[in-house]
Design a protein around this ligand. Structure first.
Ligand code: HEC
Length: 413
């Protein structure tokens, strides 16, 4: 019952997270586009009113005329019904935090910890995960406030290096999927903290100053802009890591840290291109090309190496029940493979899983019968031999020899 309850909670919180995430990132992309598309106001009375730029747009059967006032309207009070964009960001983070807690902390043994990397206890793993979320924000925020921030480019380079170091460190500490998700949560937390601690307080200060009739200090606008620019470049890397757990070829690769860094870099470059496309100058096509080339390189590097035909390899025959002497095996029988699968897989992949925390077979894959196993042969081979993503976290302790037996069984079919 507990596992079912956790599954339902997972469904509800995940839905909320996706919906609010769409609202947040959608609004954020829209405002970045708006900001870079602004043209100087056509009417001189608009300039006198304090309009800095404007955009005409058509959408949903009507025409919109957006105007940006850098410092609020001159000689006019700010309207009382000012719309703020912040709850989209906050609810995305709050729901994301709960989802992280439900899946990766509550289920740390399955999803976060990989004993072959570091045999962490559950509290230690959770502690490290939290330390990354908080620590990354503290360091990033200090950097943005330091003298380094005088140059956007230098700041960007240092942030990139630190992000890459974090990606490497996480993959050495956690399971591949746990590392990728913590990395995404880390960047996402920084983005929301930018909204909560810098952008929104700065805007509040601007509104207060305007209402009090004191001149607005442009520093609030500049700081807010700097953080929003960072946020926009973090967006695609974060979105990638949020879906990465469906793609074992990324996170379970030997060089998963390099894949994580490369895809994040490609995401940031692609975003740089889209931001520039709406601006005044020429679009930075090179950024899109570079991002595309990095992705081609990653796809090439991730491609599975052809698995050696195994017929000639010695196989420890302990599985088959005979003495554990290495001997060439001509043909692997279904019973041999079935014995491995029943021992290593069906605690989770069965109509009624016995592994704690599973209310139903993961992704609906069950290996109770011969027909089920035969039908799933390609996927079993892919996940167990090529990607080594299953058994998840190798919780059931499959051996290399057993993986090879599965490989041979699949290849001889
Ligand atoms: C401790 C539980 C557990 C064990 C043991 C386990 N799995 Fe899984 N398996 C999972 C989970 C959880 C998922 C879903 C992962 C996800 O959400 O991406 C999964 C997913 C899969 C998938 C679908 C992958 C995809 O992305 O489509 C296959 C195939 C699979 N497992 C095969 C196996 C095989 C074969 C074994 C035994 C060698 C095995 N699993 C052992 C928990 C387990």
């Amino acid at each position: 019952m507990e596992a079912y309850f956790v599954d339902v909670l997972n469904l509800l919180v995940r839905s909320l997270h996706i919906i609010t995430g769409i609202a947040w990132i959608g609004a954020s992309f829209y405002f970045v586009m708006l900001d870079s598309s602004l043209k100087a106001p056509k009417k001189s009375e608009d300039s006198k009113k304090g309009v800095f730029g404007e955009l005409w747009a058509v959408h949903g059967g009507g025409f919109y005329h957006s105007q940006k006032y850098l410092q609020g309207p001159t000689n006019e009070p700010l309207p009382k019904d000012l719309h703020w964009s912040k709850w989209e960001a906050y609810t995305t983070w709050i729901s994301g935090f709960f989802l992280l807690a439900i899946v990766y902390w509550y289920g740390a043994d399955i999803y976060l910890i990989d004993a072959s990397k570091m045999a962490l206890s559950q509290p230690a793993a959770i502690g490290i995960s939290i330390a990354f979320l908080v620590g990354s924000w503290v360091i990033y925020d200090l950097l943005c406030k330091s003298a380094l921030a005088k140059s956007d480019r230098n700041l960007g380079i240092v942030i990139f290096i630190l992000v890459a170091v974090a990606a490497y460190a996480l993959t050495q500490i956690f399971s591949g999927r746990g590392a990728f998700m913590t990395f995404g949560a880390m960047l996402g937390t920084t983005m929301v903290a930018n909204v909560f601690f810098v952008i929104i307080p700065g805007q509040k200060k601007m509104v207060d100053d305007l209402n009090a009739g004191v001149p607005v200090n442009p520093i609030y606008g500049q700081r807010g802009k700097q953080r929003s620019v960072h946020n926009t470049y973090f967006t695609l890397p974060v979105l990638f890591t949020m879906i990465s757990n469906h793609y074992a070829m990324t996170y379970s690769h030997e060089y998963n840290w390099a894949i994580l860094i490369a895809i994040s870099m490609a995401g940031a470059l692609i975003r740089i291109f889209f931001v520039s496309r709406h601006g005044e100058g020429k679009p930075m096509t090179w950024a899109a090309v570079a991002g595309g080339l990095i992705m081609v390189g990653v796809i090439w590097a991730m491609a599975p190496k052809p698995v050696q035909p195994i017929a000639a390899l010695p196989v420890a025959s302990s599985v088959a029940g005979t003495a554990a002497v290495a001997q060439p095996v001509a043909e692997v029988s279904f019973d041999t493979v079935n014995a491995i699968i029943q021992e290593r897989c069906t605690v989770c992949h069965a109509a009624t899983p016995s592994y704690p925390g599973f209310a139903a077979a993961p992704k609906g894959y069950m290996y109770d019968t011969k027909a089920q196993i035969e039908a799933q042969a390609a996927l079993i081979y892919q996940q167990t031999v090529v990607l080594k993503a299953m058994p998840i976290g190798n919780l059931t302790g499959i051996t290399e020899e057993e993986r090879q037996v599965i490989a041979q069984w699949y290849q001889q079919r």
